[in-house]
Design a protein around this ligand. Sequence first.
Ligand SMILES: [Zn+2]
Length: 473
Amino acid sequence: MALRFFNTYSREIEEVELRDPTARPVKMYTCGPTVYSRAHIGNFRAYIFEDLLQRHLELRDYKVHRVMNITDVEDKTIRGAREAGVPLQKFTEQFKDAFFVDAHTLRIKRADEYPAATDQRYIDRMIDMINALISKGLAYQADDKSVYFRINKFPDYGKLAHFDLTQLQSTGRVKHDEYDKEHIGDFALWKAWDEADGDVKWDSPWGPGRPGWHIECSAMSTALLGDQIDIHCGGVDNIFPHHEAEIAQSEGVTGKKFVRYWLHCAHLLVDGQKMAKSLGNFYTVPDVLAKGYTGRELRYALLRVHYRVPLNFTWQGMNEARESLARIDEWLARLRQLIGSVRRADRTPQRGMPTTDFEEALDDDLNISAALGFLFESIRETNRAMDQNEMDAASASAWLDWWQRINTVLDLEAETDVAIPHEVARLAEERENARHEKDWKRSDELRERISALGWGVRDTKAGPKLTRGTGSA
Ligand SMILES: [Zn+2]
């Protein structure tokens, strides 16, 4: 079966053609976290969907080049740094680290690149793109010194979100500065510096300021993947205005179609309600771990529902995830035991050899619920065959091979050892260097950062040892 995805742009299931005569990798861009607080499980639902998508493409023998940006400058990060009384970089750093640790806990495959918006290379590119838009009449500097995109000059504006511009007039969302703009829907490409920004500013042809959020993604995606991207993902709340703006900016500059397939993940609800701090139903990955669940269990709970269906997170659902994983674990143990105990010469009738149903379900717009349905049906059938001594070692090992293949997508096998997250290892290495230089203050700071990520570091004769949990003993 051909690969089929629902493209937000066409609002249709489309047959996806990603093979390229030059065999270049599939170019995938996924909007990453805004590092002003710890990402919540709703954010991670989208990242797990993207992980599933990448892994399935790889199962289907595509090479994937995935870029995920880190938004480390925009309104919320600036406000957060000001309130915490620390420089922006220091403020965002802790949430960047936490993001990588949580992603590791959830077994999300690392992207090939994680560009950060404050990297001067990308700031320069944003400025170049804004310049190009101004010279084409697609952008203008307003009286407030900020630069805006002129949406009336881009006829396709609104096509992704499927609404027309007149709707924008009726939203009634007028901010104090918006009468500087020609159209209420014109969005900021460059925000002029004001006092609230403190020392967060870059020089530009339009005066000091900082980029708008949307241009950050246009600049980083085209810088790393070129003018045209195969697959662009995000949560449904990114569709408008963020992705709509990305199209307008990127196509405005290059004149080429920016993205072939737009895929968006539906919301996560908690107990049937929108997650909100005020409702007390707002959870991060550590919140879930603190209740005694594992990252593997949370991965399963966030993975098992089709990405276009809202996922209702409940503690009951977490318990079901635990039970489902226990069934997989027992099944694998049984298969392995059978392979180890049965003599090769044994000939028993073979029942229900593995099929390609699992991956075909994923070909169909990543239908994970159907795919998992096939997995558990297979578990039931093979367990029955094993109960009745109707499975030989060869079929058991065929089933195990099958599991190993589909587990490259699921990544749900129990782990015997807790791997150390990359970010924690990096911080520990930095701390070692600080200790060698006898920079004890820096070393202590780094120990605190490691501990904030849920790890402890103990200095032994053989070097530093990292352990889960913050205890230093
Ligand atoms: Zn983005």
